[in-house]
Each structure stands twice: as structure tokens, then as C-alpha cells.
Design a protein around this ligand. Structure first.
Ligand SMILES: [Zn+2]
Length: 469
């Protein structure tokens, strides 16, 4: 467009001086704008703009959900525990993250290496990133590892996890999805098999459209950090090729091939003006980290598969000691410490989504109790049950609370029902006592049909409780 064309488009019917001045200013501004547009390199003007999909959650929910699931996950995967590797991943990840559009949201990016040979990497909403050693070992160079990470980080920036959860919630209703995301039973969330299954699956399983978006945005981030952006498609193609006929890694089912992966990435690279002239492919640092990772001890993957019905509780008990109490539990059960809670459960006592099906959870809860109120235990227990109901919409009081003694202290016994993760109704027997540390809750959980088989064990466990004085 020439300045003549611009002049023709300006209003010609302005008789006043002021008006004329303004017109001149407008012309000058218009010309400058046109020039400015022309001097901006085409490559950045034409890169694809990516619109995050519809999302009913706030970005704060992304961070909250991601943080919570990351904390759970860290207790159930075996981390590499190698500060050098984590520092390397963090430095590489932050460089990529700095180039992603996050729309003013500050994500608390965290990067961890997982000691698993399976080729996988995942980023929880809010920026909690886990990279399996297998993904580092399979990468031919730094650009390929950067590509997987850029792809993962793009899912975070575009908030694909909670967008998928939004769609699922629309389809299943609030109870279905929130039960899953926050843990389906009164026991809360315990993700035993990793977030790839159950609740986390919603947050980590992307659509083909999400995949294309993450490829394109990831390609841009690679380009902007000076890496060879072609590594994006190369890595995925390589995985597909390597696993033909074999069991494909979880990574490929979480990140389904949208088709035309290479073509779409190449198209984006063209829009960016071609690969950077001195595109970075490898670094001696990457090679050193890869050697370091390959030398890490190999750990067998995870717990045995979850059995449908656990073995009966053993009559031999072992002791457990926490700050606020001690107790004994069957020696064929395991203990899982999580936040302020300790769960005691048999193998197979935790459902795939991470919810407790059989076992006991002991929690110490900060409460505000009036020491002069004779009914303080009743009121804080009621508050505790209401809090449980927030994350367990199916939870109901089955029988009014009754006074009991626990280790000589006044306690309250309440029977509740819930939906069991194993299907059918669940009985939750709750014993609460007020202690200087807070309200200590002993929640005994089993499917209603099996509860009588566990009642004796629960009672024996409660009999062994010694509260800290
Ligand atoms: Zn993906």
C-alpha cells in the first residue's frame, strides 16, 4: 500500500485547522504503522497463533491440582534422586518455558527425573514436569530431549490437562470427575500406579488437536531457544518407528499421533523462516547427563498389579509411631505416609484411581476447638465430616455419633457410607479424638459387603492406639 492510497482513504471533508492537524497526524501515524509492519520480519508476523481450548477451571486450579497430584506422584514413583540431572532438566526446562506464552500466569515450574526405563515424560497442570530416564536415554541429542520437554511444556501453557478435565466433567457430571481428581473415597487420593492411570489419566491424556497444538507451540519454543525445531517431529517419528509391532510406550497413548506430524512441524518451521542457521543439536552437557543417567541403578517398575480382593489381614501386628500417636497394624499391610495422613492398607487395598478401598487412614487435623465447650469433639468431628464430603460427594452419615473411649480418652464413633471404588456401597467407620495436636481421625474403610471381615482387625488396631500425652 502506498501513502497515496492512504490519503485517498482519509476523510476529505474537514474544513477546520484543528481537524486538518489531526488528519496530518493521522496520516503520519498511518505511514509509520505501515513502515513498522514492513520492517517487522515476516517470520514472527506469521507464526501460528494458538488458542487454548475451552476450560472451565481457573489457572489457579491448574497449579493446585498439579501440585497435589505431583506430591502424590512423588511418593509413588522412584525418582532418580540425582541433583545433577534434576538441575540440568530444570535449566533446560526453564529456558524453554521462558519462550512460551503463559498469558500472565506464573507457573511454579518444577522438573524431576524419574528412575524408570519406560520412555515417558509428563507434565501435570501448573508446570510439574517429570521426565523418565528412559526418555533421556532414548534421545539422540539435546535437541530431541528439548523437543519432548517443549511439547510437554506446551500442554501446560495451553492448559490442555484441565481442558480435558472440563470436557470430562461436562460428560460425567461434577461428582464423577471431582471424585476422580481429588480421590474417590474418603481416603483421599493415593495414586499407586502413577498418574497415567485413573484420576491423573484425565489430566494427562490429550486429544489429537491438543497434540498438534503442542507440536506447533513446542516447535516455536525450540526455534526461539535456538534448537533445531525439526527435532520435534523426529523424536515422535522415531518412537513410532522403534515400537512398531511391540508394545508402544505409555507416552504414545497419552500423546496420540495426530497424523501428518512431520508435515505440520515442517510447515511451522517454514512460517518461522526455516531452521535457525546455526541450530543447536547437541551439547557436551547433554552427553554427560545421558552418561550419568545410564549409570544410575535400575529399579524394577512400581508395585505389583492391584489385586481385586486383598489377602485377609494377618493376625501379626507391627508397630507404627507418629508424633501424635502410636498403633499396631497387620504385618501384611503397608503404610503410606502422605501429607499429615498415614494410610494402612493391604496389597490391592488401593484402587487404580488411587482411592482407598480396604484399610485405615489416620489423619491429624488442625481444628479450632473451644476448650470450654463440652461438645467441642462433636462439633469439630462434624466439621471434619463436612470437609470429607467436599471431596466425597457420596459420603453420608449412616448412624449418629456415639461416645467411646480410645486409649482412655473420650472419643466419638461415627458410621458413614460412601461409594466404594470397588463398586457398591462402602462402610467408613470413623473414630475421632481431640488432642493437643488437633483432631485425630481414624477412618476404617471397607466395602460394605466385606466390612464384617475387617471389623475385628480395625478394632484390634484401635485397641493398640496410644495417644501422645
Ligand atoms: Zn502431547
Amino acid at each position: 500500500m502506498t501513502s497515496n492510497a492512504l490519503l485517498r482513504n482519509l476523510p476529505q471533508d474537514c474544513p477546520h485547522t484543528v481537524c486538518a492537524g489531526r488528519t496530518l497526524a493521522a496520516i503520519r501515524f498511518a505511514i509509520i504503522s505501515v513502515l513498522a509492519l514492513m520492517t517487522v520480519p515476516e517470520l514472527s508476523a506469521q507464526r501460528s497463533q494458538l488458542k487454548p481450548p475451552w476450560n472451565m477451571y481457573s489457572p489457579q486450579t491448574d497449579v493446585q491440582l498439579g501440585k497435589r497430584n505431583a506430591e502424590i506422584l512423588e511418593r509413588h514413583v522412584i525418582l532418580c534422586n540425582d541433583p545433577k540431572v534434576d538441575a540440568y532438566l530444570t535449566q533446560l526446562g526453564l529456558r524453554l518455558a521462558a519462550k512460551l506464552p503463559t498469558r500472565g500466569i506464573q507457573y511454579p515450574w518444577e522438573f524431576h527425573c524419574v528412575n524408570s526405563k519406560e520412555i515417558n515424560a509428563f507434565a501435570l497442570p501448573g508446570g510439574f514436569v517429570f521426565v523418565n530416564r528412559g526418555a533421556i536415554e532414548v534421545s539422540d541429542n539435546e535437541a530431541q530431549l528439548a523437543a519432548v520437554m517443549a511439547h510437554e511444556l506446551s500442554h501446560v501453557a495451553l492448559r490442555h490437562g484441565t481442558a480435558q478435565a472440563s470436557k470430562a466433567q461436562l460428560a460425567q457430571g461434577a461428582a464423577g470427575i471431582f471424585g476422580g481428581l481429588f480421590g474417590g473415597s474418603a481416603g483421599g487420593a493415593l495414586l499407586t500406579q502413577g498418574v497415567a492411570l485413573g484420576a491423573g489419566g484425565v489430566l494427562l491424556h490429550y486429544s489429537r488437536t491438543d497434540e498438534t497444538q503442542a507440536d506447533v507451540l513446542g516447535t516455536q519454543a525450540l526455534f526461539d531457544t535456538g534448537y533445531d525445531p525439526r527435532a520435534m517431529a523426529q523424536f515422535f517419528e522415531k518412537l513410532e518407528g522403534e515400537t512398531k509391532g511391540k508394545n508402544p510406550p505409555q507416552f504414545l497413548s497419552d500423546h496420540p499421533n495426530p497424523g501428518n506430524r512431520v508435515e505440520r512441524v515442517d510447515e511451522e518451521i517454514d512460517k518461522l523462516g526455516g531452521p535457525p542457521p546455526d541450530a543447536k543439536r547437541d551439547s557436551s552437557e547433554f552427553e554427560a547427563i545421558k552418561r550419568e543417567v545410564m549409570a544410575l541403578p535400575v529399579v524394577k517398575n512400581g508395585a505389583p498389579p492391584v489385586a481385586a480382593v486383598p489377602q485377609p489381614p494377618s493376625g501379626n501386628f507391627v508397630e507404627y509411631e507418629a508424633t501424635a500417636y502410636r498403633l499396631k497394624y497387620p504385618d501384611n499391610w503397608k503404610k503410606y505416609e502422605e501429607g499429615g495422613n498415614t494410610t494402612f492398607a493391604p496389597d490391592g487395598g488401593i484402587a487404580q484411581g488411587g482411592a482407598l478401598t480396604y484399610g485405615m487412614i489416620v489423619s491429624v487435623n488442625q481444628v479450632k476447638a473451644d476448650s470450654n465447650d463440652p461438645n467441642a469433639l462433636e462439633s469439630v468431628t462434624q466439621q471434619f465430616i463436612q470437609d470429607l464430603q467436599k471431596t466425597n460427594p457420596g459420603l453420608r452419615v449412616a448412624r449418629n455419633s456415639g461416645r467411646v473411649k480410645l486409649n482412655g480418652e473420650p472419643g466419638l464413633s461415627t458410621y458413614l457410607t460412601n461409594d466404594s471404588p470397588a463398586g457398591g456401597p462402602e462402610t467408613d467407620w470413623l473414630i475421632t479424638v481431640l488432642q493437643p495436636q488437633g483432631l485425630v481421625g481414624f477412618l476404617c474403610v471397607a466395602p460394605q459387603a466385606a466390612f464384617s471381615n475387617y471389623e475385628k482387625t480395625f478394632t484390634s488396631m484401635l485397641d493398640t492406639v496410644r495417644l501422645a500425652k
